[in-house]
Design a protein around this ligand. Structure first.
Ligand code: SF4
Ligand code: SF4
Ligand code: SF4
Length: 446
């Protein structure tokens, strides 16, 4: 069995923390998450062809560099650099220290795409599913688990409700104090759980912000849930000692965790008197490890998930539905949303829970029309689009939205080709590039 390629990492320094708002960053955010090592770069230009944000500079044959103000930290350049010249900021050392601190409750929030990729780092064939083995490995390493998929179930209830309110206001003309808030949130509705896409929109298409869902990503729902409900009611520990680690297929999630608005657990716990008024602010998600980082950490601890049993005793924070699981693939968020929207608007189960039309990680753009018969007897048709791979498939969709000619009501956007399954934090194949070849269209047209 061939091993995955090794990706170099570096620990954060003061230079990575933004102290005062600069360019496209706000105070508190992390920058420089992905960097090119000029000593290793041969200037082959591959990275520029996969970068969705036009953030890479340098002439062919000369060492390239990343413009941090344009970069959305997606890591697509890293997983496609054939020379291993691109490195990633990593919190493995910090997490190791927290695992050794007996006062800390260290919580792993595991994204769906991690459980089908981590096994590759231990020599198993790509796509080997290891849910129980992974949970057992994390527990052996000292983590408690708060399933990202459980939070994804909450995300979809929230996002589904938000979209339904928009449908009622904009398509059905219903008015109420609650629905009238949607006057400032027009259709089409864009999903918000991809932080690469959200930062891309903020930098390049700020006019789209009113269209983007206000629902937090599953990781940012899991963090505060772990620090409030789970800390107080399940684990019965001091929430100030809960240290949440997002374990993600994604390098943009490292950035998302640092966004200053994500401190809702600290605010809630203070307001309700669970922690003293003068407690310094703490984030909902303390740090993020990529799939690769987790493999490094487990190897440092001498733990191989493949040697552990698949069976496990699930706790309240480890259970979830299939809707939460499919977030890892392009179309998954849309399918989960459509199931909820159909059920709530029609008050009936859909003829099939599988919305095959929005599935498929190999198409950069998929479209679907879903007829829903309302309780009143009226039928509406929800028009949906699913985009994966901002680089090649987003512009036309967005331009139509800006012109006001978009035919869609709801649009899922995932930055990475195929969705999170090919995220910038996933294992890199033995050839030193990503498993999904985003340059294929270029090669075919060459
Ligand atoms: S893909 Fe790698 S080697 Fe090629 S230019 Fe980019 S950083 Fe340099
Ligand atoms: S991390 Fe993403 S946005 Fe940043 S330079 Fe690499 S490909 Fe471009
Ligand atoms: S598609 Fe997934 S892995 Fe890629 S940037 Fe978005 S959230 Fe991260």
């Amino acid at each position: 069995m061939k091993k995955t390629a090794k990706v170099k990492t570096f620990s954060p320094t003061e230079k990575n923390y933004v102290n005062i708002a600069t360019g496209t960053y706000r105070a508190g955010e992390l920058k420089g998450i992905i960097k090119i090592n000029s000593q290793s770069c041969v200037g082959c230009d591959t990275c520029r062809h996969v970068c969705p944000a036009d953030a890479i500079n340098g002439a062919i044959g000369v060492a390239h560099s990343i413009d941090e103000m344009k970069c959305i930290a997606c890591g697509q350049c890293l997983i496609n650099c054939p020379f291993g010249a691109i490195e990633q900021l990593s919190f493995v050392e910090e997490v190791m220290k927290n695992l050794e601190n007996k006062e800390k409750t260290v919580v792993a929030v595991i994204a769906p795409a991690v459980r089908v990729a981590i096994a590759e780092e231990f020599g198993a064939p790509p796509g080997t599913l290891t849910v129980g083995k992974l949970h057992n490995a994390l527990k052996k390493a000292g983590f408690k688990i708060y399933e990202n998929n459980l939070a994804a179930d909450q995300t979809i209830m929230e996002e589904g409700s938000e979209f339904i309110a928009k449908v009622k206001y904009w398509l059905l003309g219903e008015r109420s104090e609650e629905l009238n808030k949607m006057a400032n949130h027009p259709l089409p509705h864009f999903t918000s759980c991809c932080p690469g896409w959200v930062r891309y929109a903020e930098i390049y298409y700020p006019g789209l912000i009113p269209h983007i869902s206000g629902t937090k990503s599953p990781m940012q729902i899991a963090g505060p849930s772990a620090k409030t409900w789970a800390a107080l009611d399940i684990w019965k520990v001091d929430p100030r000692n809960v240290y949440t680690v997002g374990i993600m297929p994604c390098t943009a999630k490292i950035f998302e965790a640092s966004r200053p608005e994500f401190k809702s657990s600290w605010k809630f716990l203070k307001e309700k008197g669970y922690i003293p008024e003068d407690t310094p602010p703490f984030p909902d998600t303390d740090v993020v490890l990529t799939t690769r980082d987790l493999a490094t950490l487990l190897k440092m601890k001498g733990i191989n998930p493949l040697e552990l049993p698949e069976k496990e005793n699930e706790t309240e924070t480890e259970i979830y539905t299939g809707a939460g699981t499919i977030f890892g693939n392009s179309g998954g968020v849309m399918e989960a949303a459509l199931r909820t929207v159909y059920y709530i608007l029609s008050e009936k189960e859909p003829p099939k829970w599988d919305f095959y039309a929005v599935r498929g990680h190999t198409d950069g753009l998929r479209e679907a029309e879903i007829p829903i018969t309302l309780k009143s007897g009226k039928t509406i048709v929800v028009k949906a689009a699913v985009v994966n791979g901002i680089k090649n498939h987003l512009d036309k969709i967005v331009k139509d939205v800006i012109k006001g000619t978009s035919p869609y009501h709801i649009i899922e956007v995932m930055n990475c080709p195929g969705g999170c399954i090919d995220g910038g934090g996933q294992p890199v194949n033995p050839m030193g590039t990503s498993w999904i070849d985003p340059l294929l269209p270029l090669r075919l047209n060459a």
